[in-house]
Design a protein around this ligand. Structure first.
Ligand code: 5GP
Length: 180
């Protein structure tokens, strides 16, 4: 059993890979994070995230419930540690999908964790995807690009990089890494 962290820049397709694994793979347990952001269309509490108020998130921090947590794009995100510990104890492999600072925190606490970076086929493709996304203002799109560039620069800190050419291929690589 293994603890695997999947990270990478915004817009690279991490959550598509995660949804695919949740739907198609039972041997790897995908952690459900807590967040203070609002649910998006189609997201359910307890499945995609535990949606918490700021006060509830504060309480979880005070009660030491998080393996790691971080501020990202105006909201807080954290990994509830109890379920992660339980699944590892039960012999399951566990996959966490985190932004970069969460990945660093896991590395510091669990040096045996495998850190996987999901990269786009090219910077141009990622930039195009981020610029097209949603109904964001020009300013937000530019700040998202700047953030993605900074996130891309962290690639060297990871144990390995997977290029997101196909969701199925990335998912299969993650499954074989987890069950190896
Ligand atoms: P989104 O709001 O798009 O679902 O997620 C925003 C970012 O937060 C993504 O990069 C995602 O990987 C990251 N994220 C999701 N859950 C967690 C978590 O529990 N901890 C940390 N550090 N990042 C998370």
């Amino acid at each position: 059993m293994k603890l695997i962290v999947l990270s990478g820049p915004g817009g690279v397709g991490k959550s598509t890979v995660i949804s695919y694994l949740r739907a198609n793979e039972s041997k790897v347990w995908v952690s459900v994070s807590a967040t203070t952001r609002s649910p998006r269309a189609g997201e359910s509490n307890g499945i995609d995230y535990y949606f918490l108020s700021d006060a509830e998130f504060d309480k979880w921090i005070a009660e030491d419930k998080f393996l790691e947590w971080a501020d990202f794009a105006g909201a807080r995100y954290g990994t509830p540690k109890q379920f992660v510990d339980q699944h590892l104890k039960d012999g399951k492999s566990v996959l966490l999908e985190l932004e970069i600072s969460g990945a660093r925190q896991v590395r510091a606490k669990n040096p045996e964790a495998l850190l996987v970076f999901l990269a786009p086929p090219s910077w141009e493709e990622l930039a195009e995807r981020l610029l097209k996304r949603g109904t964001d203002s020009e300013e937000r799109r530019i700040s998202r690009l700047a953030l993605a560039r900074a996130e891309m620069a962290a690639q060297g800190e990871f144990d390995l990089t997977l290029i997101n050419t196909s969701v199925e291929e990335v998912a299969q690589r993650l499954i074989s890494l987890a069950l190896d």
